[in-house]
Design a protein around this ligand. Structure first.
Ligand code: PAF
Length: 278
Protein backbone atom coordinates (compact mmCIF):
# COMPACT_ATOMS: atom_id res chain seq x y z
CA UNK A 1 0.00 0.00 0.00
CA UNK A 2 1.33 3.42 -0.92
CA UNK A 3 0.86 6.22 1.60
CA UNK A 4 0.42 9.79 0.39
CA UNK A 5 0.27 12.89 2.51
CA UNK A 6 0.11 15.37 -0.36
CA UNK A 7 -2.49 15.92 -3.06
CA UNK A 8 0.25 16.06 -5.70
CA UNK A 9 1.65 12.70 -4.50
CA UNK A 10 -1.72 10.92 -4.66
CA UNK A 11 -2.51 12.39 -8.07
CA UNK A 12 0.89 11.39 -9.49
CA UNK A 13 0.50 7.81 -8.20
CA UNK A 14 -3.00 7.50 -9.70
CA UNK A 15 -1.75 8.96 -12.98
CA UNK A 16 1.10 6.40 -13.03
CA UNK A 17 -1.42 3.59 -12.45
CA UNK A 18 -2.91 4.46 -15.87
CA UNK A 19 -5.90 6.36 -17.18
CA UNK A 20 -8.00 3.21 -17.78
CA UNK A 21 -7.95 2.42 -14.06
CA UNK A 22 -11.24 2.66 -12.21
CA UNK A 23 -10.60 4.40 -8.89
CA UNK A 24 -12.79 3.44 -5.90
CA UNK A 25 -12.62 5.95 -3.05
CA UNK A 26 -13.47 5.28 0.60
CA UNK A 27 -13.29 8.47 2.70
CA UNK A 28 -12.89 7.98 6.47
CA UNK A 29 -11.82 9.89 9.55
CA UNK A 30 -9.71 6.94 10.74
CA UNK A 31 -10.02 4.91 13.95
CA UNK A 32 -11.10 2.15 11.64
CA UNK A 33 -13.40 -0.70 12.65
CA UNK A 34 -14.80 -3.74 10.82
CA UNK A 35 -17.46 -1.56 9.16
CA UNK A 36 -14.76 0.47 7.42
CA UNK A 37 -12.86 -2.67 6.45
CA UNK A 38 -16.03 -4.16 4.91
CA UNK A 39 -16.30 -0.98 2.80
CA UNK A 40 -12.68 -1.38 1.65
CA UNK A 41 -13.37 -4.96 0.53
CA UNK A 42 -16.57 -3.85 -1.20
CA UNK A 43 -14.56 -1.11 -2.92
CA UNK A 44 -12.27 -3.77 -4.41
CA UNK A 45 -15.30 -5.18 -6.31
CA UNK A 46 -15.90 -1.73 -7.84
CA UNK A 47 -12.44 -0.45 -8.70
CA UNK A 48 -8.99 -1.40 -9.95
CA UNK A 49 -7.37 0.99 -7.48
CA UNK A 50 -8.83 1.33 -4.00
CA UNK A 51 -8.02 4.65 -2.34
CA UNK A 52 -8.79 5.08 1.37
CA UNK A 53 -8.55 8.49 2.98
CA UNK A 54 -8.01 9.37 6.62
CA UNK A 55 -8.69 12.97 7.56
CA UNK A 56 -10.42 14.25 10.68
CA UNK A 57 -12.29 17.14 9.15
CA UNK A 58 -12.52 20.09 11.49
CA UNK A 59 -15.18 21.75 9.30
CA UNK A 60 -17.85 19.17 10.16
CA UNK A 61 -17.45 19.45 13.95
CA UNK A 62 -19.28 22.13 15.88
CA UNK A 63 -17.61 24.03 18.70
CA UNK A 64 -17.85 21.84 21.81
CA UNK A 65 -18.05 18.59 19.81
CA UNK A 66 -15.33 15.94 19.91
CA UNK A 67 -12.91 17.22 17.21
CA UNK A 68 -9.97 17.43 19.63
CA UNK A 69 -10.58 14.08 21.31
CA UNK A 70 -11.61 12.19 18.13
CA UNK A 71 -9.36 9.10 18.25
CA UNK A 72 -6.34 9.34 15.95
CA UNK A 73 -4.96 5.81 15.53
CA UNK A 74 -2.89 6.11 12.38
CA UNK A 75 -0.51 3.17 12.84
CA UNK A 76 -3.28 0.64 13.61
CA UNK A 77 -5.38 2.04 10.73
CA UNK A 78 -2.46 1.80 8.31
CA UNK A 79 -1.95 -1.87 9.18
CA UNK A 80 -5.63 -2.75 8.80
CA UNK A 81 -5.84 -1.00 5.43
CA UNK A 82 -2.73 -2.76 4.15
CA UNK A 83 -4.16 -6.13 5.27
CA UNK A 84 -7.45 -5.31 3.54
CA UNK A 85 -5.57 -4.88 0.25
CA UNK A 86 -6.06 -1.10 -0.12
CA UNK A 87 -3.75 0.29 -2.83
CA UNK A 88 -3.41 3.92 -1.73
CA UNK A 89 -3.90 5.64 1.60
CA UNK A 90 -4.30 9.41 1.42
CA UNK A 91 -3.68 10.92 4.86
CA UNK A 92 -3.18 14.67 4.51
CA UNK A 93 -2.69 17.06 7.40
CA UNK A 94 -4.81 20.14 7.90
CA UNK A 95 -2.38 22.45 6.11
CA UNK A 96 -2.60 20.25 3.01
CA UNK A 97 -6.42 20.19 2.96
CA UNK A 98 -6.99 23.75 4.19
CA UNK A 99 -3.86 25.79 3.34
CA UNK A 100 -6.01 28.86 3.89
CA UNK A 101 -9.42 29.08 5.56
CA UNK A 102 -11.95 27.36 3.30
CA UNK A 103 -13.81 30.12 1.43
CA UNK A 104 -16.08 28.10 -0.84
CA UNK A 105 -18.47 25.55 0.62
CA UNK A 106 -21.02 23.01 -0.46
CA UNK A 107 -24.23 24.09 1.21
CA UNK A 108 -26.80 21.27 1.04
CA UNK A 109 -30.43 22.46 1.03
CA UNK A 110 -32.03 22.90 4.46
CA UNK A 111 -34.73 20.31 3.79
CA UNK A 112 -31.93 17.71 3.59
CA UNK A 113 -29.28 19.11 5.93
CA UNK A 114 -31.41 20.98 8.49
CA UNK A 115 -33.45 17.97 9.58
CA UNK A 116 -32.69 15.01 11.90
CA UNK A 117 -28.94 15.13 12.63
CA UNK A 118 -28.68 18.50 10.91
CA UNK A 119 -31.17 19.98 13.38
CA UNK A 120 -28.96 18.95 16.29
CA UNK A 121 -25.62 19.56 14.57
CA UNK A 122 -26.12 22.75 12.54
CA UNK A 123 -23.42 23.15 9.88
CA UNK A 124 -22.28 19.53 10.17
CA UNK A 125 -23.46 18.47 6.72
CA UNK A 126 -22.07 21.64 5.11
CA UNK A 127 -18.62 20.80 6.49
CA UNK A 128 -19.00 17.14 5.55
CA UNK A 129 -20.18 17.83 1.98
CA UNK A 130 -17.39 20.39 1.48
CA UNK A 131 -14.62 17.97 2.43
CA UNK A 132 -16.20 15.12 0.44
CA UNK A 133 -16.33 17.39 -2.62
CA UNK A 134 -12.66 18.28 -2.07
CA UNK A 135 -11.75 14.59 -1.77
CA UNK A 136 -13.69 13.87 -4.98
CA UNK A 137 -11.73 16.62 -6.77
CA UNK A 138 -8.43 15.36 -5.36
CA UNK A 139 -8.83 11.63 -6.16
CA UNK A 140 -11.26 11.93 -9.11
CA UNK A 141 -12.80 8.51 -8.41
CA UNK A 142 -15.28 6.71 -10.65
CA UNK A 143 -16.97 5.23 -7.58
CA UNK A 144 -17.09 6.21 -3.90
CA UNK A 145 -18.36 4.19 -0.96
CA UNK A 146 -20.02 5.36 2.27
CA UNK A 147 -21.61 3.39 5.12
CA UNK A 148 -25.39 3.31 5.54
CA UNK A 149 -24.93 3.86 9.26
CA UNK A 150 -24.65 7.58 8.40
CA UNK A 151 -27.85 7.38 6.39
CA UNK A 152 -28.46 11.11 6.08
CA UNK A 153 -24.84 11.69 5.04
CA UNK A 154 -25.21 9.07 2.30
CA UNK A 155 -28.44 10.68 1.06
CA UNK A 156 -26.85 14.14 0.96
CA UNK A 157 -23.80 12.87 -0.94
CA UNK A 158 -26.02 11.07 -3.47
CA UNK A 159 -28.01 14.26 -4.02
CA UNK A 160 -24.88 16.41 -4.30
CA UNK A 161 -23.46 14.10 -6.96
CA UNK A 162 -26.73 14.13 -8.88
CA UNK A 163 -27.34 17.88 -8.61
CA UNK A 164 -23.77 18.80 -9.57
CA UNK A 165 -23.47 16.16 -12.33
CA UNK A 166 -20.39 14.56 -10.84
CA UNK A 167 -19.42 11.43 -12.83
CA UNK A 168 -19.16 9.31 -9.68
CA UNK A 169 -21.19 6.25 -8.73
CA UNK A 170 -22.10 6.33 -5.03
CA UNK A 171 -22.34 2.94 -3.29
CA UNK A 172 -23.77 2.42 0.21
CA UNK A 173 -22.29 -0.24 2.49
CA UNK A 174 -24.45 -2.15 4.98
CA UNK A 175 -24.01 -1.29 8.66
CA UNK A 176 -21.75 -3.75 10.44
CA UNK A 177 -22.85 -4.66 13.98
CA UNK A 178 -21.32 -6.22 17.07
CA UNK A 179 -22.82 -9.60 18.02
CA UNK A 180 -25.21 -7.84 20.44
CA UNK A 181 -26.50 -5.58 17.64
CA UNK A 182 -24.67 -2.34 18.41
CA UNK A 183 -23.71 -0.62 15.15
CA UNK A 184 -19.93 -0.30 14.92
CA UNK A 185 -18.77 3.28 15.25
CA UNK A 186 -15.54 5.05 16.05
CA UNK A 187 -17.40 6.77 18.89
CA UNK A 188 -18.28 3.45 20.65
CA UNK A 189 -14.82 3.64 22.20
CA UNK A 190 -16.04 6.58 24.34
CA UNK A 191 -18.58 4.35 26.15
CA UNK A 192 -17.90 3.19 29.72
CA UNK A 193 -18.28 -0.53 30.44
CA UNK A 194 -21.80 -0.02 31.82
CA UNK A 195 -22.82 2.18 28.88
CA UNK A 196 -21.44 -0.37 26.41
CA UNK A 197 -23.78 -2.99 27.97
CA UNK A 198 -26.74 -0.62 27.63
CA UNK A 199 -25.88 0.60 24.11
CA UNK A 200 -27.50 -2.26 22.08
CA UNK A 201 -30.90 -1.06 23.37
CA UNK A 202 -30.98 1.48 20.53
CA UNK A 203 -30.81 -1.28 17.92
CA UNK A 204 -33.31 -3.43 19.86
CA UNK A 205 -35.85 -0.61 19.97
CA UNK A 206 -35.40 0.21 16.27
CA UNK A 207 -35.85 -3.50 15.49
CA UNK A 208 -39.18 -3.43 17.38
CA UNK A 209 -40.37 -0.37 15.44
CA UNK A 210 -39.52 -2.08 12.15
CA UNK A 211 -41.39 -5.22 13.26
CA UNK A 212 -44.46 -3.13 14.23
CA UNK A 213 -44.50 -1.33 10.88
CA UNK A 214 -44.13 -4.61 9.01
CA UNK A 215 -47.03 -5.99 11.07
CA UNK A 216 -49.20 -3.11 9.83
CA UNK A 217 -48.87 -0.40 12.49
CA UNK A 218 -48.63 2.84 10.54
CA UNK A 219 -49.09 5.23 13.43
CA UNK A 220 -45.54 6.50 13.01
CA UNK A 221 -45.76 9.39 15.52
CA UNK A 222 -46.95 6.99 18.21
CA UNK A 223 -44.15 4.51 17.41
CA UNK A 224 -41.62 7.36 17.59
CA UNK A 225 -43.01 8.65 20.91
CA UNK A 226 -42.98 5.15 22.45
CA UNK A 227 -39.36 4.62 21.48
CA UNK A 228 -38.31 8.01 22.84
CA UNK A 229 -40.06 7.18 26.15
CA UNK A 230 -38.33 3.82 26.41
CA UNK A 231 -34.96 5.40 25.76
CA UNK A 232 -35.60 8.08 28.39
CA UNK A 233 -36.75 5.43 30.88
CA UNK A 234 -33.32 3.84 30.50
CA UNK A 235 -31.40 7.09 31.03
CA UNK A 236 -30.79 7.95 27.40
CA UNK A 237 -31.22 11.51 26.14
CA UNK A 238 -32.80 11.07 22.71
CA UNK A 239 -32.39 13.75 20.03
CA UNK A 240 -34.87 12.08 17.69
CA UNK A 241 -36.51 8.83 16.66
CA UNK A 242 -38.01 9.24 13.20
CA UNK A 243 -39.76 7.12 10.62
CA UNK A 244 -38.94 8.64 7.24
CA UNK A 245 -38.95 7.92 3.51
CA UNK A 246 -35.70 6.20 2.50
CA UNK A 247 -35.26 8.25 -0.63
CA UNK A 248 -35.26 11.78 0.81
CA UNK A 249 -35.83 11.34 4.57
CA UNK A 250 -39.00 13.40 4.42
CA UNK A 251 -42.21 12.52 6.34
CA UNK A 252 -44.04 9.53 4.90
CA UNK A 253 -47.76 9.36 4.36
CA UNK A 254 -49.52 6.68 6.42
CA UNK A 255 -49.34 3.88 3.87
CA UNK A 256 -46.07 4.65 2.21
CA UNK A 257 -43.50 1.90 1.62
CA UNK A 258 -39.71 2.37 1.33
CA UNK A 259 -39.19 3.54 4.89
CA UNK A 260 -36.27 3.86 7.26
CA UNK A 261 -36.32 4.35 11.03
CA UNK A 262 -33.55 6.60 12.31
CA UNK A 263 -32.49 7.57 15.80
CA UNK A 264 -29.89 9.61 17.61
CA UNK A 265 -29.52 9.59 21.37
CA UNK A 266 -26.96 10.42 23.97
CA UNK A 267 -25.82 7.77 26.44
CA UNK A 268 -23.75 9.51 29.09
CA UNK A 269 -21.52 11.84 27.11
CA UNK A 270 -21.59 9.75 23.92
CA UNK A 271 -23.98 10.48 21.09
CA UNK A 272 -24.95 7.34 19.16
CA UNK A 273 -26.87 7.15 15.88
CA UNK A 274 -28.41 4.16 14.17
CA UNK A 275 -31.04 3.31 11.59
CA UNK A 276 -32.86 0.35 10.10
CA UNK A 277 -34.55 0.11 6.73
CA UNK A 278 -38.07 -1.31 6.94
O1 PAF B 1 -18.30 9.46 7.60
C1 PAF B 1 -17.20 10.01 7.83
O2 PAF B 1 -16.28 9.41 8.41
C2 PAF B 1 -16.98 11.44 7.42
O3 PAF B 1 -18.15 12.18 7.54
C3 PAF B 1 -16.40 11.60 6.00
C4 PAF B 1 -17.37 11.08 4.95
C5 PAF B 1 -15.09 10.83 5.91
C6 PAF B 1 -16.13 13.07 5.69
O4 PAF B 1 -15.23 13.62 6.60
Amino acid sequence: MQIHTTIAGLRAALRDAGSGQRVALVPTMGNLHDGHIALMRQAREHGDSVVATIFVNRLQFRPGEDFEKYPRTFEADRQRLAEAGVDHLFAPDEAEMYPQPQGYHIDPPAEQAGILDGEFRPGHFRGMATVVMKLFQIAQPQVALFGKKDYQQLMIIRNMVRDLNLPIEIVGGETVRATDGLALSSRNGYLTEAERKEAPRLFELLTKVVAEIRAGNHDFPQLERNTVSQLKANNWLPDYVAVRKKFDLQFPSAHESGLVVLAAARLGSTRLIDNLEV
